[in-house]
Design a protein around this ligand. Structure first.
Ligand SMILES: [Zn+2]
Length: 185
C-alpha cells in the first residue's frame, strides 16, 4: 500500500542542529560524539531526536540547543556529530554567502515543531528536479537548485585497513584515479 508522501521541510533555527546520518555507523559516532560534547559541557544541549530517512540505513537527527549559536558554529557541530560532509560544506558556503541554515526534507514530522514548508512531490528532491512542480520550492525563493547536494553515495567506504594512498607528496594522478578517464574513440 503506497501512501501519498508528504515532505516536511525544516530549515534549522538558530537553536537547532539538523543532521543527515547516512549509515548506522554514523549514528553510532553521533551518539558517542554527542555524549562527549554533553559530558564536557561544550554543547548547550537541551534535547535530541532521531528518525529513519526514506532511504534504508539513512537517518535524520535533530539536536535542540538551550541557547542560539551562530550558523557557522551550528554547522561545525553538525559535522562533528557525523552529519553528511558534502551537505555541511554546502551549508557552510550558504551560511557565509546568504545566511541560509541547514535544510532537512523529511518524510516524518519532527516532534518539536511544525515544518517550515510541506510539499507532496512524488520523488526525492534533487538537482535534477523540476522546481516548478514543487510547492515548497516555489515558496522558498532563496533556495536554488544547487541547494541539493551532489550525490556522492557511489563512494562507498573501503574495507581496506591500510591507507589507500602512498606516503609522501600525492600526485594528482593518485588522487584522481577513482575517476577513470574515458577512452577517446
Ligand atoms: Zn517538493
Amino acid at each position: 500500500m503506497k501512501k501519498e508522501k508528504t515532505w516536511h521541510w525544516y530549515f534549522a533555527k538558530d537553536n537547532e542542529l539538523l543532521l543527515d546520518l547516512d549509515s548506522p555507523a554514523k549514528v553510532h559516532y553521533f551518539r558517542i560524539n554527542l555524549a562527549h560534547a554533553i559530558n564536557r559541557g561544550f554543547l548547550p544541549f537541551k534535547d535530541a531526536y532521531l528518525y529513519p530517512s526514506l532511504r534504508p540505513k539513512h537517518y535524520h537527527a535533530a539536536v535542540i540547543l538551550s541557547r542560539p549559536l551562530p550558523a557557522a558554529e551550528r554547522i561545525a557541530w553538525e559535522l562533528f556529530l557525523q552529519s553528511d560532509l558534502w551537505r555541511g560544506l554546502n551549508d557552510l558556503v550558504r551560511a557565509g554567502g546568504q545566511g541560509l541554515p541547514s535544510l532537512v526534507i523529511a518524510t516524518h514530522e519532527f516532534e518539536f515543531r511544525k515544518p517550515d514548508y510541506v510539499c507532496e512531490c512524488k520523488g526525492k528532491h534533487s538537482r535534477k528536479m523540476d522546481a516548478a512542480k514543487c510547492s515548497a520550492f516555489q515558496q522558498v525563493k532563496e533556495v536554488k537548485r544547487e541547494f541539493f547536494p551532489r550525490n556522492l553515495d557511489r563512494v562507498k567506504a573501503r574495507k581496506k585497513r591500510s591507507p589507500v594512498l602512498k606516503f609522501g607528496r600525492l600526485s594528482l594522478r593518485s588522487i584522481l584515479r577513482d575517476r577513470p578517464k574515458r577512452k577517446r574513440g
